[in-house]
Design a protein around this ligand. Structure first.
Ligand code: GDP
Ligand code: MG
Length: 297
C-alpha cells in the first residue's frame, strides 16, 4: 500500500540527535470508553496495535475498573524507524463511581518518570529506554454540553505531568454549527478552569508565514474533532477510510469532515519532537526536582 503516515520527516524536527537509533514515542489515550479511542489510534498509525487484545463482553466492561494496557509496535518509513507505544486506559466512565478514576493513570505516568530517574542515575545512562508518556489525547464526549466534572477532574490531575491534547470524539454526531459552538465552549472552559493543555510553541518572528498560519489554525482547532474508522468505503471510484450513512459518507481524511489529518500531522510530522522536548524539559524536570526536594528533606 502506498499509504504512509509521515514520520519520515522526524529527522527534520531534530538537529543533534542520532537518526540511526530511531525514535521512541509514547502516546496515551484517555477518556470515556466508546468514544473511538482504539479506532483512532489504529487509523492514525495505519497499524493494528490492538490485534492481540482479547475482546471483553459488555458485562465485563461495566464491572471493570481502570486497567492500563500498553502496546508497542516498530514501524519504519523511508528508512526512519519509530518505536511507537500506545497506552490505552480503557473503561474510564463505565464505573458507577468515577471518583479518582484518574489515579491509576497518574500513577502510570509517575512510574515511567520514576524509572527514567532511576536509569539516569544508574551506570548505563547512555542507553536509557525512554518510556515516558509524551502526549495524552484526552477524549471529550460529543454528547455532553462541553466539559463534564469528570473531565475537569481528570484533566487537572494530568495537566502538570503530560502534554494534554483535547480531542472531541465521534464528531460525525454533530452538525457543523453544533461542532463549532461546542469547540468554542470547550476552549472557554479549558481557559476558565485553568487547564494547562499542550501549547504549540510560539513562532519566531522570522518563521515563515505558512508556519504561522498553520500554528494559528492548530490553536483554533482545539479540541480536535475527529471521526475515525478502519473501514474503507467507495465514493466515485475512490476507496477512502470513512463512515457510511444513508445521507452520505463521512471521510476520515477529508479536512472538511474532520480534524483527523490536522491531528495526525501535528503529532507525527510537525510536533513530535517538541512533544518529546516539553516532556523532558517541563514535565520530567518538575518530577525530578520534586524527587530531589523530597530526598533532601
Ligand atoms: P474506545 O472504547 O474509546 O476505544 O472506542 P472504540 O474505538 O472501541 O469504538 C467504539 C465504537 O464506536 C466502535 O463501534 C467504533 O466503530 C465506533 N466509532 C469509533 N470511532 C467513531 C467515530 O468517529 N464516529 C462514530 N460514529 N463511531 C465511531
Ligand atoms: Mg478502546
Amino acid at each position: 500500500d502506498k499509504e504512509y503516515v509521515g514520520f519520515a520527516t522526524l529527522p527534520n524536527q531534530v538537529h543533534r540527535k542520532s537518526v540511526k537509533k530511531g525514535f521512541a514515542f509514547t502516546l496515551m489515550v484517555a477518556g470515556e470508553s466508546g468514544l473511538g479511542k482504539s479506532t483512532l489510534v489504529k487509523s492514525l498509525f495505519l497499524t493494528d496495535v490492538y490485534k492481540d487484545r482479547t475482546l471483553l463482553n459488555a458485562e465485563e466492561r461495566i464491572s471493570k475498573t481502570v486497567e492500563i494496557t500498553k502496546h508497542t509496535v516498530g514501524i519504519e518509513e523511508k528508512g526512519v524507524k519509530l518505536k511507537l507505544t500506545i497506552v490505552d486506559t480503557p473503561g474510564f466512565g463505565d464505573a458507577v463511581n468515577n471518583t479518582e478514576s484518574w489515579k491509576p493513570v497518574v500513577d502510570f505516568i509517575d512510574h515511567q518518570f520514576e524509572q527514567y530517574f532511576r536509569d539516569e542515575s544508574g551506570l548505563n545512562r547512555k542507553n536509557i529506554q525512554d518510556n515516558r508518556v509524551h502526549c495524552c489525547l484526552y477524549f471529550i464526549s460529543p454528547y455532553g454540553h462541553g466539559l463534564r466534572p469528570v473531565d475537569l477532574e481528570f484533566m487537572s490531575a494530568l495537566h502538570e505531568k503530560v502534554n494534554l491534547v483535547p480531542v472531541l470524539g465521534k464528531a460525525d454526531c454533530l452538525t457543523p454549527l453544533e461542532l463549532a459552538r461546542k469547540k468554542k465552549k470547550i476552549r472557554e472552559e479549558i481557559e476558565r478552569f485553568g487547564i494547562n493543555i499542550y501549547q504549540f510553541p510560539e513562532c519566531d518572528s522570522d518563521e515563515d508565514d505558512d508556519v504561522k498560519i498553520r500554528d494559528q489554525d492548530l490553536k483554533d482547532s482545539i479540541p480536535f474533532a475527529v471521526v475515525s474508522s478502519n473501514i474503507l468505503v467507495e465514493i466515485k471510484g475512490r476507496r477512502v477510510r470513512g463512515r457510511a450513512y444513508p445521507w452520505g459518507v463521512v471521510e476520515v481524511e477529508n479536512p472538511a469532515h474532520s480534524d483527523f489529518l490536522k491531528l495526525r500531522n501535528m503529532l507525527v510530522r510537525t510536533h513530535m519532537q517538541d512533544l518529546k522536548d516539553v516532556t523532558q524539559e517541563t514535565h520530567y524536570e518538575n518530577y525530578r526536582s520534586e524527587c530531589i526536594r523530597n530526598m533532601t528533606l
